[in-house]
Design a protein around this ligand. Structure first.
Ligand SMILES: *[C@@H]1O[C@H](CO)[C@@H](O)[C@H](O)[C@H]1NC(C)=O
Ligand SMILES: *[C@@H]1O[C@H](CO)[C@@H](O)[C@H](O)[C@H]1NC(C)=O
Ligand SMILES: *[C@@H]1O[C@H](CO)[C@@H](O)[C@H](O)[C@H]1NC(C)=O
Ligand SMILES: *[C@@H]1O[C@H](CO)[C@@H](O)[C@H](O)[C@H]1NC(C)=O
Ligand SMILES: *[C@@H]1O[C@H](CO)[C@@H](O)[C@H](O)[C@H]1NC(C)=O
Ligand SMILES: *[C@@H]1O[C@H](CO)[C@@H](O)[C@H](O)[C@H]1NC(C)=O
Ligand SMILES: *[C@@H]1O[C@H](CO)[C@@H](O)[C@H](O)[C@H]1NC(C)=O
Ligand SMILES: *[C@@H]1O[C@H](CO)[C@@H](O)[C@H](O)[C@H]1NC(C)=O
Length: 669
């Protein structure tokens, strides 16, 4: 009886709130979403209607003033600090594919058009920036990208078939498992390979290499001890990391299944949100997501499993797991002589990088104890993380040499003023004081305590000055500090993209210096392993970005470690890493630094300072570039570095990484 009463009250409530909203139903698309959500009784599996979502996002009119101010912010930021602003105009080196973009000119041109909505303008601007194919460089208008995510509820992959042709197959269909492992011959009536390549080239910015972008459109497994998880990539069928609304409400897949059976089906996008109960009208939507406010929008307690990792747990038959840490899993393969270290991130979830340094030593120690003679380092789908941890990873296997590459920054009117202000007298005095603060190591410490002490000491000495303080950088030729801003700025102009541009002298970054001090303090306390560079091989699908590429580029370039890339396009070489960049800053960090050193308050510089965004948005730019270690004048971000060896997935190795690892181990001569 009690239950029934509850149910009755609930029905009444639902009805009354529905009717009160009913009036707005026809004209307000955001309201239609809210009503449908309420009618579904806040079903965690609720999926909004595609047309409603599109109309809701497009319901905010284009405002030329906001558009101009947005472009002004981006322009002044990139003119002040973006190290590749001239370089992005150049056409790619052989092996890469992208379009040279005159960013300033093309942003100005965007303002010459009319737009039916603000959404349309923001997506055009965001796509222009994605054309730079630098995953570090981002403009994210949160208003339009944070509320919804989109899933086809199926995942695709690519293999080479028996006729030696590259094809697309269904990795996993969550709705109809009969489709699993069928070949997808056509998508919306066009050859599937072509459709996916086109999608990856036009919307993904993960790499300058089209093969890596192709991989990022498809599914791969990332793994840890307990689970193998379908990766966050799979972008063709899963748009969840701040992606725009897909172009159409559904996709048609033409399949060729076992016994030559042909079939077709149409799949709608499932549209999930953590915020379905955070708005009833478009006005609410605007207030929640499109206005700058103090308190961030809180996710609802109930939201769909679309947000959960997709766990795919078939057993791995050719390996045994030996040790698991928050950034790596250590395995021994069934050949009993090859160890595998699978490293899907350089950012442990507890953010304790010192502990990870310790954990890595335990893992490698266990491999050595078990008599492992060869090591496969698997960096699939690794988006990077801590620079210190990356440098430590290199150091563990190659303790003899300094892993630093040369950096520089662009010299603009604003950056020059910034170097000067950040390096003013008071800062030098502070830095010198810190040098005197060197304490002695705690007596009788174990390795872990010693490492914590060393990290703290390094941080006290080097770590706290402004990003722009030039006294923090070393001249790579003399290995001593720059003596003045003039010396640091030097006289270095290079013609890039047809524009003569000034850059600072090349320097050794603070990270690298911190690190050399760190290992000096630890002298003799880190075990050396017996593996040589020929005993180590790197395996990636090309998505090894940021501080992951810092590891792989240094191991490959400085220490001659061989590389294998998997996937990509058949018979086309594939990069083993992406977006090496160097230091990246977001607009908040830039404002913070400029405020700290008095630049924001300086009236004479007023016209050079970017105005803040008028709505919630994130802008990230690459501040420093690093140079190639082989061709010293090549910028690493723009240098095409294909892996020495290639592998392709097959039906077994795509599902069981241990089979792929055994194939990788065959490359040890
Ligand atoms: C979405 O709503 C529109 C009308 O607003 C309707 O024509 C369409 O069929 C709906 N789509 C789905 C998938 O329900
Ligand atoms: C944009 O719209 C305005 C007013 O509707 C019109 O005057 C102008 O010519 C349009 N500009 C372009 C480039 O279409
Ligand atoms: C492995 O992944 C699952 C699913 O995301 C997670 O719950 C678990 O904590 C992870 N385990 C480790 C050791 O990282
Ligand atoms: C939407 O309407 C419901 C029911 O009338 C109400 O409880 C809720 O607070 C409203 N949400 C917002 C964001 O106004
Ligand atoms: C590896 O070692 C296990 C026992 O430790 C043994 O059963 C297996 O046959 C060995 N495999 C090879 C390829 O030597
Ligand atoms: C403002 O910036 C200019 C240019 O860098 C500099 O010469 C001047 O000293 C600064 N003014 C103050 C008050 O810091
Ligand atoms: C800078 O270099 C150019 C050519 O490399 C030279 O002509 C010029 O005099 C130099 N300027 C200074 C201030 O050293
Ligand atoms: C690098 O390794 C290759 C074999 O993979 C070898 O032929 C070459 O001599 C090595 N180069 C250096 C500089 O050690």
């Amino acid at each position: 009886m009690k239950l029934l009463l509850h149910a009755l009250i609930f029905v009444l409530l639902t009805l009354s709130s529905t009717t009160s909203l009913e009036t707005t139903r026809n004209e307000d698309a955001c309201a239609r979403i809210a009503i449908e959500y309420q009618i579904s009784n806040k079903d965690p599996e609720f999926s909004a209607n595609f047309t409603d979502v599109k109309e809701c996002l497009e319901s905010f009119p284009y405002d030329k003033g906001i558009a101009e101010s947005t472009i002004e912010t981006i322009k002044k930021t990139v003119q002040g600090f973006f190290v590749y602003l001239s370089k992005v105009k150049e056409e790619p080196q052989q092996g890469f594919s992208f379009r040279g973009v005159d960013l300033i000119k093309e942003m100005d041109e965007l303002l010459l058009n009319n737009y039916t909505s603000e959404y349309q303008f923001m997506s055009k601007l965001s796509i222009l920036i994605k054309e730079l194919k630098d995953a570090h460089m981002r403009f994210i208008p949160l208003c339009y990208l944070s509320a919804f995510i989109y899933s086809q509820q199926l995942y695709l992959y690519s293999v080479i078939n028996n006729n030696d042709e590259q094809i697309i197959k269904i990795f996993d269909d969550e709705i109809d498992s009969r489709h699993n492992d069928c070949e997808v011959t056509h998508i919306d009536g066009r050859p599937s390979m072509e459709v996916i390549k086109e999608f990856a080239d036009s919307t993904l910015d993960i790499s300058k290499d089209a093969g890596v972008r192709f991989n990022a459109a498809l599914a791969t497994l990332v793994h840890n001890e307990t689970d193998r998880i379908i990766s966050r990539s799979s972008k063709f069928t899963l748009r969840r990391n701040l992606d725009f609304l897909p172009e159409k409400s559904s996709t048609e897949y033409s399949l060729l299944c076992a016994n030559d059976e042909k079939t077709k089906f149409v799949r709608e996008w499932k549209i999930g949100s953590k915020y379905y109960d955070r708005f009833n009208t478009s006005e609410d939507f605007h207030n929640e997501f499109c206005k700058i406010k103090r308190t961030p929008t809180i996710a609802s307690a109930k939201f769909s499993k679309i947000f959960e990792p997709i766990i795919y747990n078939e057993p791995m038959v050719e390996c045994e797991s030996v040790y698991v840490t928050l950034m790596a899993t250590f395995y021994i393969l069934s050949d009993n002589k090859t160890g595998v270290v699978a490293v899907p991130t350089i950012k442990p979830s507890d953010n304790d990088y010192i502990n990870q340094m310790f954990e890595l030593q335990i893992g490698f120690g266990l491999l050595e104890d078990r008599g492992v003679t060869k090591i496969v380092l698997d960096f699939h789908e690794n988006g990077g993380g801590y620079v210190d941890l990356a440098l430590f990873f290199v150091y563990l296997l190659f303790p003899d040499a300094s892993p630093s590459f040369d950096n520089d920054m662009v010299v603009s009117e604003l950056s020059r003023a910034t170097f000067e202000a950040a390096s003013s007298e008071s800062y030098v005095v502070q830095a010198k004081k810190k040098l005197n603060g060197l304490t002695m190591p705690p007596p009788g410490s174990d390795t872990k305590n010693l490492m914590t002490w060393a990290a703290k000491t390094v941080n006290n000495i080097i770590g706290k000055t402004s990003f722009f303080n030039i006294f923090g950088f070393l001249d790579p030729n003399t290995e001593s500090r720059f003596q003045s801003v003039e010396e640091f700025i030097g006289n270095n102009t290079y013609v890039r993209g047809g524009t003569t541009t000034s850059f600072t002298s090349r320097f050794v970054d603070r990270y690298a210096q911190e690190f050399s001090l760190f290992v000096k303090l630890l002298a003799g306390n880190i075990k050396e392993y017996k593996w040589k560079s020929e005993d180590i091989i790197i395996l990636t699908n090309g998505f090894c970005g940021s501080s992951c590429s810092l590891i792989t580029h240094r191991m490959a370039e400085k220490f001659n470690v061989s590389t294998i890339a998997v996937g990509g396009f058949k018979d086309v070489p594939l990069s083993y890493a992406s977006f090496p960049g160097s230091q990246v800053l977001n607009l908040e960090q830039i404002f913070f630094a400029l405020n700290d050193i008095g630049i924001l308050q300086n009236e004479t510089l007023k016209d050079l300072i970017p105005p803040p965004f008028m709505f919630p948005a994130e802008l990230r730019i690459t501040l420093k570039e690093i140079y190639d270690n082989v061709n010293k004048d090549d910028i690493l971000e723009y240098a095409y570095k294909p892996a020495k060896h290639r592998l392709y997935y097959d039906e077994q190795s795509a599902r069981d990484p241990s089979i792929l690892w055994l194939k990788a181990a065959k490359f040890f001569s």
